[in-house]
Design a protein around this ligand. Structure first.
Ligand code: FPP
Length: 175
């Protein structure tokens, strides 16, 4: 492996869990569980290799339309994941960042992810971005609102808005 040519940012769409479960004649929740197991190895390896940023598309704004049982299984997995992994992630100097509308998450999940972000915000190793309740259009809308508020408050001239201002209004600001 050419370590000097490692990608700076790796992004993963957590797809295929359903197909994997079907191939193994298992319920979809077990497919998601297996997906999380793979994730552990991927995060550890990315951190050890010195990858700068790993982004995971875990739960989209559209995923709420899945069955109540599946959504509930995913939310439980999320809670269990943060409870069991946060110590090791913090020890590995991983910085966790959530991309998406945290306010729309159930209270226990919102608390768990917010605490994980707080706890790891000073870490300088792998940036682990987890897209949760994330939608691309929703992110653009949010950026438009944030920029509009800055213009309203006199902090920004609408005519002067540039790519950097827009980038700063995205969930990935600073990355
Ligand atoms: C796609 O499977 C996957 C998801 C909808 C959710 C993946 C998210 C998790 C497993 C939650 C845990 C996340 C973290 C970060 C701990 P699919 O059913 O669309 O699979 P398919 O492509 O086979 O149909």
């Amino acid at each position: 492996m050419k370590f000097e040519r490692l990608p700076k940012h790796v992004a993963i769409i957590m797809d295929g869990n359903g197909r994997w479960a079907q191939q193994h004649s298992l319920q979809i929740a077990l497919g998601h569980q297996a997906g999380v197991e793979s994730l552990r190895a991927i995060i550890r390896e990315s951190s050890d290799l010195g990858i700068d940023t790993l982004s995971l598309y875990a739960f989209s704004t559209e995923n709420w339309r899945r069955s109540a049982a599946e959504v509930s299984a995913l939310m439980s997995l999320l809670l269990r994941y943060f409870a069991s992994e946060i110590d090791e992630l913090d020890q590995k100097n991983v910085r966790i960042r959530i991309l998406g509308d945290k306010a729309g998450l159930p209270e226990p999940q919102r608390l768990a992810v917010t605490q994980a972000e707080e706890r790891t915000k000073g870490n300088t190793g792998l940036n682990l971005c987890i897209a949760l309740n994330y939608g691309g259009r929703q992110e653009i809308l949010r950026a438009a609102r944030l920029l509009a508020e800055r213009v309203r408050d006199g902090q920004l001239d609408a005519e002067m808005i540039d790519e950097e201002d827009f980038s700063q209004a995205l969930y990935t600001a600073g990355l």
